[in-house]
Design a protein around this ligand. Sequence first.
Ligand code: COA
Ligand code: AMP
Length: 611
Amino acid sequence: MKAAEAIDWVKAPSFALNDANAPLYEWYTDAMVNTCFNAVDRHVNAGRGEQAAIIYDSPITGIKHHISFADLLEKTARLAGALKMQGIQKGDRVIIYMPMVPNALVAMLACARIGAIHSVVFGGFAANELAIRIDDAQPKVILAASCGLEPGRVIAYKPLIDSAIEQSHHKPETVIILQRPELKADLIEGRDIDWQMAQRGVVPADCLAVEGNHPAYILYTSGTTGAPKGVVRPTAGHLVALHWSMKNIYDVDPGDVFWAASDVGWVVGHSYICYAPLIHGNTTVLFEGKPIGTPDAGTFWRVISEHNVRSFFTAPTAFRAIKREDPDGKFRQKYDLSCLKALYLAGERADPDTIHWAQNLLGVPVIDHWWQTETGWTIAGNPMGIESLPIKVGSPSVAMPGYDIQILDERGHQVGPDTLGAIAIKLPLPPGTFPTLWNAQDRFHKSYLMAFPGYYETGDAGMIDEDGYVYVMARTDDVINVAGHRLSTGAMEEVLANHPDVAECAVIGVTDALKGQLPVGFLCLTNGVNRPHEIIVKECISMMREQIGPVAAFKLATVINRLPKTRSGKILRATMGKIADSKAFKMPATIDDPIILDEIREALIPLGYAK
Ligand code: COA
Ligand code: AMP
């Protein structure tokens, strides 16, 4: 309730936790509030109108410009007006499929302004993934750009959108397209509208107050099966937790420049490119580029120095990419980085080598912190704005307020210090997290609450030491983490199983020095298929790119005779992963035929694994 005082409520909450439907919990249910007002309007009202809200820096296009809070208010109110003209009302869904341009943030805020529920889909996903999200979220409108820009390649978004709408059962009424000069899209009459035209002559929309538990957004994330999970983020808890985190975790004051080098399509982009910095009155940097190659491994240092970034947040994989390109940190020497006070890493396990290298290079604390799409903000971290705890490399430090983290054994009993187990969080989860999955209450129960009654199952395994430091070691499910991107091996197996020559398959994550993990596919062919294996492998790789998207980074697959299984028919994916990474493993007692493991090893060697 104290933290909630930092938010401008239309009606302040009279109580914090609503446990009437436990184990489903809500926060600040009886409040009335608007997210966009808190992220934009209130700063203009308080005299910060001229402060930069967004610094757009796009080394890919060469564009750099500032958008003040006053500009952002004007743009957001106008786009919100255009959405209203298209019939969007409170509770309607809007899908946003956009690259890293300021209009993406304007689109998110415009939805929030009128109580529409946005669902941002990452640009690296293919049409099929977009179609799955369209069918689940059932948007009236899609806001999109004509193209995205990857180094050396323009990605036409419009054909992907057209194909997704063709594949989906639900048909959005309107697609509003931002035409980027790099590639204009052809518009379909009667359905598609140009971004500027859609706003012509509209009345700018005011902020609409919504209930504390009104969904601010749905963000799909990977689970065990092919169907992504739609994490629902309620409005009030989101506002309170994100505001609180900016000073207490990231140690920035209003007016400071904060930069999260991620993408608006991921939770880090939602929380720390868009909402949290703006709600807190910070300037957020929107960077359209990569850590290397746009144009070089010094691009991060240029952005930090040029825009006076105080706190910087990225994924360890970005640092591994820079280290590979510039191991001696020569580029860093060109820039004055005295503005930078700390580096924050999340999205995947931060390996000690990367942490040490970053610390030596930058001379500032390197803070690992652990969280998930589901939680929306830090579960375990180092609260730099309260007190800077000693860093233990390999640990994202301690539980943040509101999270009761416990390590449980298979039967759900708490284990002692330094003992590996499932990482669970005692219910309730704090404000800013999630109360359910969109359209999937049962799945929410099954995926998160059923394994350990009274707890939220994180899907991560690890331990807690004597001092309360948490260590996050691995996933306990079929989720892998590729360059900080969360992907489902189950979803990949569904794609491979659709190849006409594939009878059975498995996808596992193997260790990669740059991306953390990479997927590898094992294919067992249907009897009688005698087409060359290289061709079948190639076809599978291109199916994955077409159906999941380039972000899956699926480039390794091999044909084998049989999959290693238990006598009850369960594929031994974990054992296969250990063989690939040349790690010791215990022969599973229930294995059907141990000889198959030798075949797996032989198949992995030509791919560069199991050496
Ligand atoms: N739209 C379309 N395609 C995209 C895309 C987007 N928004 N983002 C990535 N892709 C494509 C890439 O072009 C690449 O395609 P390719 O196979 O043709 O080369 C593929 O998806 C994989 O992309 P990426 O994971 O970015 O790998 P990379 O090899 O291009 O770059 C890194 C490697 C380490 C530099 C890069 O992964 C990176 O910057 N990672 C940081 C991750 C991050 O911020 N994660 C967010 C969690 S905090
Ligand atoms: P996402 O939902 O995409 O943010 O992915 C969340 C998952 O990424 C977590 O469940 C972990 O498996 C992993 N992860 C994120 N941050 C860390 C971290 N700091 N250390 C270890 N794993 C992490």
